[in-house]
Design a protein around this ligand. Structure first.
Ligand code: NAD
Ligand code: UDP
Length: 310
């Protein structure tokens, strides 16, 4: 198949490019390089099945494709808050442009939605049927509400125009190719520990997240895209739930060195807890994550050791 991946030079997108190329597909990787890097896909440049296009998803695009994975959007809070209006445009106009193209060329289109649609949840763990608890006017809203609006567009194009959609809600995912200055917690802690700096735990560190290793997630993406039973939304993530203090202690144990834990103020609207209910993914895809946090953290530490040394 010919497959368009928007945000294909980013953390998740570049791993998806690798896996789909391995399966023999032709990939068009579209990215504006806001948080993506050529280094993530450099090894694919020159491959006759791989094409790289510098383009912004807010501007229309046309390709003859069978599948579209829409991943274009900064995912880390400092990056999506850097230009919040642009983040909202990326989510909403990016979705409209992908859906318009899917409608025209009859492609199946996949949306990388997020656990942020649940906001600061008061249902725990979060099943897909939960409508969420989101602040519409806060610092995180450009991302949360942008992704919620994108889901609305996906389902309206599906109902109104019969567009073949797949919508997944990704819970915190980590692994090689995150940017060292990405700002998300796993890369922050690992880079801080490797550089001998203190680990910055925001607030008391009692807030929880559930961390999925990238290989597990990408496997879930591909299974979900190619099944015919449901269009979503479907949660994908690792149900193992940890406090940020536990994560900091794990990273300190694995990296060693002299770093300690320091506390910084908790950002506004920071969700207190988050854990995916993945019953639907288990039943529909026979999918569940295989990589435990400890070994995923080891692989990610090895990656950052390599990149920071360069
Ligand atoms: P990332 O920042 O590494 O990747 C995003 C990619 O999109 C980058 O390559 C960036 O340059 C590109 N991009 C951003 N704005 C664009 C625009 N206007 N036009 C074209 N390209 C643009 O982040 P990621 O972790 O790989 O996330 C990929 C997708 O998955 C995002 O949509 C994100 O919201 C979603 N997601 C990720 C996680 C996670 O934990 N990694 C969790 C929930 C949802
Ligand atoms: N966090 C932290 N230290 C950091 C970066 C993040 O304690 O250096 C916390 C943050 O407050 C949040 C959690 O880690 O509670 C996950 O943050 P991240 O930005 O990775 O993802 P999100 O909040 O979007 O789930």
């Amino acid at each position: 198949m010919r497959i368009l991946i928007t945000g294909g030079a980013g953390f998740l997108g570049s791993h998806l490019c690798d896996r789909l190329i391995e399966q023999g597909h032709e990939i068009i990787c579209l990215d504006n390089f806001f948080t993506g890097r050529k280094a993530n896909i450099q090894h694919l440049v020159g491959n006759p099945h791989f094409e790289l296009v510098r383009h912004d998803v807010i501007d229309p695009f046309k390709f003859e494709v069978d599948r579209i994975y829409n991943l274009a959007c900064p995912a880390s809070p400092p990056h999506y808050q850097y230009n919040p209006i642009k983040t909202m445009k990326t989510s909403v106009l990016g979705a409209i442009n992908c859906l318009g193209l899917a409608k025209r060329v009859k492609a199946r289109v996949f949306q990388a939605s997020t656990s942020e649609v649940y906001g600061d949840p008061n249902v725990h763990p979060q099943p897909e049927a939960y409508w969420g608890h989101v602040n519409p006017i806060g610092l995180r809203s450009c991302y949360d509400e942008g992704k919620r609006a994108a889901e609305t567009l996906f389902f309206d194009y599906h109902r109104e125009n019969g567009v073949d959609i797949r919508v997944i809600r990704i819970f915190n995912t980590y692994g090689p190719r995150m940017l060292p200055d990405d700002g998300r917690v796993v890369s922050n802690f690992i880079v801080q520990a490797l550089q001998g700096n203190d680990l910055t735990v925001y607030g008391e560190g009692s807030q929880t997240r559930s961390f999925c290793y990238v290989d597990d997630l990408v496997d879930g993406f591909m299974r979900f895209m190619e099944q015919e039973k449901i269009v979503g939304p479907m949660n994908l993530g690792n149900p193992g739930e940890f406090t940020m203090l536990q994560l900091a202690e794990l990273v300190l144990k694995k990296v060693g060195g002299k770093s300690r834990i320091t506390h910084l103020p908790l950002p506004s609207d920071d969700p207190k807890q988050r854990q995916p209910d993945i019953s639907l993914a288990k039943e529909t895809l026979g999918w569940e994550p295989k990589v435990p946090l400890e070994s995923g953290i080891e692989k990610t530490i090895a990656y950052f050791k390599g990149t920071l040394a360069k």
